[in-house]
Design a protein around this ligand. Structure first.
Ligand code: NAD
Ligand code: DAU
Length: 336
């Protein structure tokens, strides 16, 4: 079976490719990625010579490139490609619309023209907006996005469902909660805070630090996507969660404790604009219908994740001191 994995050089896409190629020889994986700041082929070094894996540098918002790759006998498209960072979307929404909305539409359209057997749109729990102190997002929760990022992902979901309803394209949408694990770009909470702590740099906690996210290991997300690919029903949405709600300050203190670093590294800074207070996922549908469940427990997986960034310092040091040096110098400059 030939899979077109878009955005496979990013955090979750690369974890998915590594995991699927390890599990089975039945898959041929074509990784189609334009390599933005977040795309990193070093994540895939261990499979670059694997005959079941190939890489094409291309933009999902480029109609010709998408048309060419889709003609190569693809069975299943899994669309991870996106601009994914909420803070960047608040600073500059434009690329989020181009990639997340227009790019997804071009992929859907080319998938339709080529009679693709299944199109999996990797979405997010952020499409549901923010929860109060109780309750969980189900697949029927109203769509109520807050940021330009989540609004662009919601638009892509609606387009994907429209292609199912209007043209009968077999589309499935997955909406997962916050991922963590190896190879996450160190702009997101967990890898930023682990690597800052390792460098004895300040940890910028937004607002009062009491916002809640439901954390899931990227390999559990990968196994959920595999379950959806094998047995999911076209036209359906599947929520994926880790059943591990934590406040940001709990995460921060856990990282500092694990690394034996002082709480004096914490800096409470200005809140993110439109900051969603709480996300929490009801995964009953995927668990009962497809028999999936997360394998990782939060504390054990966090300990492994902290260890991974500690041992793979060259991976993130290259990012933080190389091309993106100014991004981090600017960040630390604001905190000192
Ligand atoms: P990421 O930012 O780490 O990686 C995104 C990848 O997409 C990069 O390799 C980048 O080069 C590529 N890309 C960006 N624009 C592209 C374009 N126009 N054409 C081709 N490739 C392009 O993101 P991630 O955290 O791995 O997220 C992957 C997907 O999962 C996204 O769709 C995101 O919305 C979704 N998601 C993320 C999380 C999370 O916690 N990170 C949770 C739920 C859903
Ligand atoms: O819920 C799924 C979403 O999770 C994905 O769709 C997004 O692609 C992914 O980036 C993530 O979005 P969040 O905004 O929840 O993740 P982030 O790591 O940016 O922030 C997590 C929480 O930590 C959030 O409440 C903001 C806070 N935070 C973040 C950063 C980067 C801080 O307090 N300080 C920081 O420096």
């Amino acid at each position: 079976m030939k899979l077109l994995v878009t955005g496979g050089a990013g955090f979750i896409g690369s974890n998915f490719i590594l995991s699927i190629l390890k599990k089975s020889e039945e898959y041929q994986v074509v990784n189609f990625d334009v390599l933005t700041y977040a795309g990193n082929l070093a994540n895939l070094k261990s499979v670059e010579k694997n005959p079941s894996y190939s890489f094409i540098k291309g933009d999902i918002a480029d109609n010709n490139a998408v048309g060419e790759v889709m003609k190569t006998g693809i069975d299943v498209v899994i669309n991870f490609a996106a601009e994914s960072h909420v803070d960047r979307s608040i600073m500059d929404p434009n690329t989020f619309i181009s990639t997340n909305v227009l790019g997804t539409n071009l992929l859907l359209s080319a998938a339709r023209e080529n009679n693709i057997k299944l199109f999996i749109q990797i979405s997010t729990d952020e499409v549901y907006g923010s929860l109060g102190p109780t309750g969980l997002f189900t697949e029927d929760s109203p769509l109520d996005p807050t940021s330009p990022y989540s609004a662009s992902k919601t638009s892509a979901d609606l387009l994907a469902l429209a292609y199912f309803k209007t043209y009968g394209l077999p589309v499935i949408i997955t909406r997962c909660s916050n991922n963590y694990g190896p190879y996450q770009f160190p702009e997101k909470l967990i890898p930023l805070f682990i690597t800052n702590a390792l460098e004895d740099k300040p940890l910028p906690v937004y607002g009062d630090g009491m916002n809640i996210r439901d954390w899931i290991h990227a390999e559990d997300h990968a196994s959920a996507i595999e379950a959806v690919m094998k047995n999911g029903r076209p036209g359906e949405v599947y929520n994926i969660g880790g059943n591990s709600e934590r406040t940001n300050i709990e995460i921060t203190e856990y990282i500092l404790k694990t690394l034996g670093k002082p709480k004096s590294l914490i800096r409470f800074v200005e809140d993110r604009l439109g900051h969603d207070r709480r996300y929490a996922i009801d995964s009953t549908k995927i668990m009962s219908e497809l028999g999936w469940k997360p394998q990782y427990s939060f504390e054990k997986a966090m300990d492994e994740t902290v260890l991974w960034y500690t041992e793979n310092n060259s991976w993130w040091e290259e990012i933080k001191s190389g091309k993106y040096k100014d991004y981090y110098l600017n960040l630390y400059g604001k905190l000192e």
